[in-house]
Each structure stands twice: as structure tokens, then as C-alpha cells.
Design a binder for this molecule. Structure first.
Ligand SMILES: *Cc1c(COP(=O)(O)O)cnc(C)c1O
Length: 394
């Protein structure tokens, strides 16, 4: 009896040719030609159910290889690829929601999704309600026309985690889809589909690509949810180029190694930050004091490089901006999941709709990259020391 292969081994074997080249060659393609009209007709009849080459937008060997690896990672049925994570989210919302429907959206949703809701769901007559990112009180918000619960776990910037199996149970009882943005875990640390979700969404731009050199999104579904997504993806003309698919798949080969190092370094930096008088709190579900820690421990297999730092209320917004400007090894920029460290100021008042039970001070989000963590700590130390008039008063 062969033992089932462990996840890291399966990830290295997924999306590869059965023989010959180790990697699937890059197939840049639009037109696929057939031997006969009958062969062309036959492929068109079968291509919704089977994965056959028929036209570049519907997939090439390169995109199919990446889809296979993502299906392996997420333990799903099938996957579709999008030019960005945001495009994956927009397509998922449009695929399953119709005029007159209602969707429950986590209040810790990736911020650009909020405008998609207010501009586009509204315009289509689709109603939405934000629920608490830890899932508290969500059952009471279900309406007869609620068709989807949209979660992000852990949530953007503040990393709250809902009890996903409980959300899945609620969704099933009310005949709703459960869609989860799984970008934080990038498929490696958390499996929404195994916990009962129907659709898992990934910004492959982040850790899957892993090198800050490619944009991509993906959605992986269970069997029940597949057909609606496949059709909407084609109808909306969503596809990706072969070179980008190749880059993401190449990044995925080292995903477990990179993620483990990001997490190790992030936890070291978090420990150091928590010893500083300028820091009130560090948000990260892997830290024992974090509100999401118990669920993270139950449902996740590790952490990543993200930390959100809440500063002492003695530091104002201008101090924190000065601190950020003073950092030398942290780039000021969007996204995360590449090899490099990044920092951005965080303003929760512009990206949350519900009142927050916990008063929060000025914040910054750090992405801890693959640099030596001692260098990152030294950089943070010099930037904090440069704020010395404030620091000395603490
Ligand atoms: C970055 C991000 C996205 C969007 O990905 P893009 O490829 O930048 O469009 C979606 N969800 C989450 C949680 C993200 O962090």
C-alpha cells in the first residue's frame, strides 16, 4: 500500500508533463487548428466538460499546468485564472449573483472590493451588507434573498478569522454560496474548500508568484460551483498569458520554503516590536495574544510575512509617516508576498463600515521579506530612534 504523498511533494509534482521536460513549455497561442470540421465540432461540444485545446482564451498547456497546481494546492475540483486578484473577485461576484440577490461581505474585505460593491453590485440591483470579520452575528443578517457569503480569512490589515466551518454550515442551510479570499494563506496554509467553502480566491500576485514580477488571480471551486464560474469567466473574456502563467507556476515550486522563512522572520520582528514602548500591539493571528489565534491554530498550518503594527497613542499620524519615511530596507508600496520587505500606513476609518469594538491607534502594515531579519530589526530600530523626541517621552 502506497502512503499518500505529503503536500510539499504533491506541490512539486503538480502541473508537470508526464515525461520529458521537467517544466511545461510556454505555449503562447491564440488559434488552434483542427484536422476536420468534424473534429472542430466535436471539441466545441465537449469543451465545457473536458479540458481540450480549442482557443487561446480558453486555456493553453501553460495555463492548464498552473490550474492543475492550484487545484492540487487548494484540494479543489477545477480552477480558473484571471489577470489580477481583483479580476478574480469581480468575476466570482458576477458569476453567482443576479439582480435582486443579496450578498454578505466581510468588513475586513480587500479594500478595492468595497467600491466594486458600491459601484457595480448596486448598479446591477444586487444588495450587500458588511458583517463583522470574526463572523459574530452573521446568521441574523441572512435574508431570504441572500445568495452568497463572501469571506476573507484572515481579513485584510487586521487578520480577523471567522469560524469557517460554521459559516459553511450557515451557507448550506440557506442555499448560499460561500466564497473565501484565501490570499493571506495563498492556498498553502489554509484550505477553505476543505472547511466547507465552495470557492477559494487567490491573488497569485502575492506569495504564489512570490517575486514581485507578475500579476495574476485565480479561483478554485468545488464540483458544485464549477459550471457557473467557468461560464462567467468566458463570458467576461477573462484569461491570462502563457508567460505569466509560467512565472506563477515557477514561483509556486518554492512556496513552502519561502513562506516558512517569511513566517519565521515576521515572528522575530513581531517579538522585537512588542518590546518597544512606541508599539501598542502587533496584529498577526500566529501571535498568542491575537483575537484570531485560537481559530488560526485550529484551521491554519502556518503564518506568512504580514504584520500590522498599532502604535502607542502618543504617536500621531505625522510621527508614523516620518517613521515610515525613515526606513531604508522597507519599500513604501502596495501588494506583498514578494521577496522584499514593504511598509504602508494603514487608515482603518476609510476601509471599514462597522464600528470597531477596539479603539485602534495609528497603524502601519509591514511585509517582512526574505532579507536577514536582524537587518530589518536594525532598520526599524534606527527609524524609531530617529523619532527620539517622541520615544523619550514614553
Ligand atoms: C492584493 C489582494 C488582492 C488583489 O490582488 P491583485 O492581483 O493586486 O488585484 C485580493 N485580495 C487580497 C486579500 C489581496 O491582498
Amino acid at each position: 500500500m502506497n502512503k499518500p504523498l505529503r503536500p510539499a511533494t504533491r506541490l512539486l509534482r503538480a502541473g508537470r508533463p508526464h515525461q520529458g521536460w521537467v517544466n511545461t513549455p510556454v505555449t503562447r497561442a491564440s488559434t488552434y487548428v483542427f484536422d476536420s470540421v468534424q473534429a472542430w465540432r466535436d471539441t466545441r461540444a465537449r469543451r465545457e466538460e473536458e479540458r481540450l485545446p480549442s482557443y487561446g482564451a480558453r486555456g493553453t498547456d501553460s495555463t492548464h499546468a498552473l490550474e492543475d497546481a492550484l487545484v492540487e494546492l487548494e484540494a479543489g475540483h477545477r480552477a480558473k485564472l484571471y489577470p489580477t486578484g481583483q479580476a478574480a473577485i469581480a468575476t466570482v461576484l458576477l458569476a453567482y449573483l443576479r439582480t435582486g440577490d443579496h450578498v454578505l461581505v466581510t468588513d475586513a474585505v480587500y479594500e478595492p472590493v468595497r467600491r466594486f460593491c458600491s459601484e457595480h453590485l448596486s448598479r446591477l440591483g444586487i444588495d450587500y451588507t458588511y458583517y463583522r470579520p470574526d463572523g459574530a452575528g452573521v446568521a441574523a443578517l441572512i435574508r431570504p434573498n441572500t445568495r452568497m457569503i463572501y469571506a476573507e480569512s484572515p481579513g485584510s490589515l487586521t487578520y480577523e478569522m471567522p469560524d469557517l466551518p460554521a459559516l459553511a454550515e450557515l451557507a448550506r442551510r440557506h442555499d448560499c454560496w460561500l466564497a473565501v479570499d484565501n490570499t493571506w494563506a495563498s492556498g498553502l496554509l489554509y484550505n477553505p474548500l476543505a472547511l466547507g467553502a465552495d470557492i477559494s480566491i487567490l491573488a497569485a500576485t502575492k506569495y504564489l508568484g512570490g517575486h514581485a514580477d507578475v500579476m495574476m488571480g485565480a479561483a478554485v471551486t468545488n464540483a458544485r460551483a464549477w459550471r457557473a464560474l467557468e461560464r462567467a469567466t468566458i463570458d467576461l473574456g477573462q484569461t491570462v498569458g502563457a508567460d505569466d502563467a509560467f512565472l506563477v507556476l515557477r514561483g509556486m515550486r518554492s512556496l513552502p520554503l519561502r513562506m516558512a522563512q517569511h513566517a519565521r522572520s515576521a515572528l522575530r520582528v513581531a517579538d522585537w516590536l512588542m518590546g518597544r514602548p512606541e508599539v501598542a500591539r502587533v496584529l498577526c493571528p500566529a501571535l498568542p495574544g491575537d483575537p484570531a489565534h485560537a481559530i488560526w491554530k485550529r484551521d491554519c498550518r502556518g503564518a506568512n510575512g504580514l504584520l500590522t503594527v498599532e502604535f502607542s497613542d502618543r504617536l500621531g499620524e505625522a510621527d508614523v509617516e516620518r517613521l515610515i519615511d525613515g526606513l531604508r530596507l522597507f519599500g513604501i508600496g502596495a501588494s506583498w508576498g514578494g521577496f522584499e520587505s514593504l511598509v504602508l500606513p494603514v487608515r482603518l476609518d476609510t476601509c471599514r463600515s462597522l464600528p470597531d469594538a477596539m479603539r485602534r491607534g495609528v497603524m502601519a502594515r509591514l511585509h517582512i521579506g526574505l532579507e536577514d531579519p536582524d537587518d530589518l530589526i536594525a532598520d526599524l530600530e534606527q527609524a524609531l530612534t530617529a523619532l527620539s523626541p517622541v520615544s523619550r517621552s514614553l
